[in-house]
Write a protein that binds this ligand. Structure first.
Ligand code: SAH
Length: 362
């Protein structure tokens, strides 16, 4: 049975920062506390690492207890942490209903990128992605999204990593089919935690209404689009949602996004040997994205259980990249990170960790 307070407690990390502050101010006012208590709690929330109200050591014990009664703890319990040989670190977070999600910290020089999840599982069923294979569980709340940032930041600080410089919505799930939580979470990360909008990237499989909604936002959040194929026929074999939002519609939405101003688009293209890496596809891709001020990010395919595909060989990848460049396209190649702990792109499938979903057939 759920404790009654668990149903009524407010999750501060789900609220826009000004509302969280107002809520705390009301809470302390009803308890006849001085107004600076609000400031203290707000600092703990956005700047501090306390895993629970009990650790907010400059508040009186009675106030810590009262906060515990009124609010959801601002941290998710860690079910497991894995650290790769290359410094990449994967957190498995346990949600209040025992669902599991993952986030990944990826250090690169002085940069530290945090990759976060927007759903438990994913319903998109892209054929090359382990998250999709493991199935869909549920939407995350804004608080469950922002708590990944807050918790990963605390861990990174305690382990001597640099400050988190970038956040990418490239973990589990399709962020633009959870706009109800993702859009508020963007605001909380930006205005509450102070992460610059241009340092936050939403990666989408191509959900047209979501792209149009992002185009309308005043903040310059970045958009990455998982393209993976330059034509409808091939793309629909990799990404089922291509049938719902076919390429011409997707391109039209991206034009609207670009017209909205100053927002560079990244096209992600996973390189699967003999599947989507033929030289003539590079030319078709260049024609498809050439009209945008875009970057094509080639991602070597990370192996997932149950699929015999392999990554394009380095020469094949270089040839594909060179062809794009010859046609005037900006290209980068994503270095695979954290493969040894199944933390690389497409490898996240937290539910399988506890064997709750049937293992993907090998
Ligand atoms: N649903 C969003 C974000 C999650 S995936 C999206 O589709 O963009 C983040 C990136 O990893 C996407 O570009 C996705 O296509 C890519 N990816 C998925 N499986 C992969 C794999 N096995 N190897 C390499 N990249 C993969």
């Amino acid at each position: 049975m759920t404790a009654p307070e668990a149903r009524t407690r407010t999750d501060l990390l789900s609220l826009p920062p000004e509302e969280a502050e107002a809520t705390l101010a009301r809470h302390f006012a009803t308890r006849d506390q001085p107004s600076y208590r609000t400031e203290q709690a707000v600092r703990w929330l956005y700047e501090g690492d306390a895993a629970g109200f009990g650790e907010m050591t400059n508040l009186p014990l009675a106030e810590r207890a009262a906060l515990e009664d009124a609010f959801v703890p601002p941290a998710l319990p860690v079910a497991r942490v894995d650290r790769s040989r290359d410094g990449t670190a994967k957190h498995l977070w346990r949600l209040h209903d025992n669902e599991l999600i993952e986030s990944v910290l990826i250090p690169a020089g002085r940069r530290l990128t945090l990759c976060i999840s927007s759903q438990a599982g994913c319903a998109m069923a892209c054929t090359f992605c382990a998250t999709g294979w493991a199935g869909y569980r549920r939407q995350l709340t804004a608080g469950e999204i922002t708590a990944q940032y807050r918790g990963a930041r605390a861990w990174a600080r305690s382990e001597g990593y640099p400050d988190i410089s970038n956040i990418v919505f490239m973990g589990m799930g399709e962020p633009l089919v959870n706009r109800k939580a993702v859009i508020p979470a963007l605001g909380i990360l930006n205005h509450g935690f102070g992460v610059g909008a241009r340092r936050i990237t939403v990666s989408t499989v191509g959900i047209v209404p979501g792209i149009l909604e992002m185009a309308e936002m005043p903040e310059q959040y970045r958009l990455a689009v998982s393209l993976h194929a330059p034509n409808h026929e091939l793309r629909q074999t990799l990404i089922p949602v291509e049938r719902k939002y076919p390429l011409p519609e997707l391109m039209e939405a991206l034009r609207a996004f670009e017209r909205a101003g100053g927002k560079r688009i990244t096209f992600e293209y996973v390189m699967i040997d003999q599947v989507n890496d033929h030289p003539e596809l590079a030319e078709e891709l260049a024609r498809q994205v050439g009209e945008f001020n875009a970057l094509v990010n080639l991602i070597p395919y990370n192996p997932i259980p149950g699929r015999e595909w392999v990554s394009s060989s380095p020469p094949r990848l270089r040839a594909f990249a060179a062809r794009l460049e010859e046609m005037g396209i900006n290209v980068s190649v994503r270095e695979p990170r954290g493969r040894d702990i199944a933390a690389a792109c497409g490898q996240l499938r937290a539910d399988a960790v506890e064997g709750r979903t049937a293992p993907v057939g090998v």
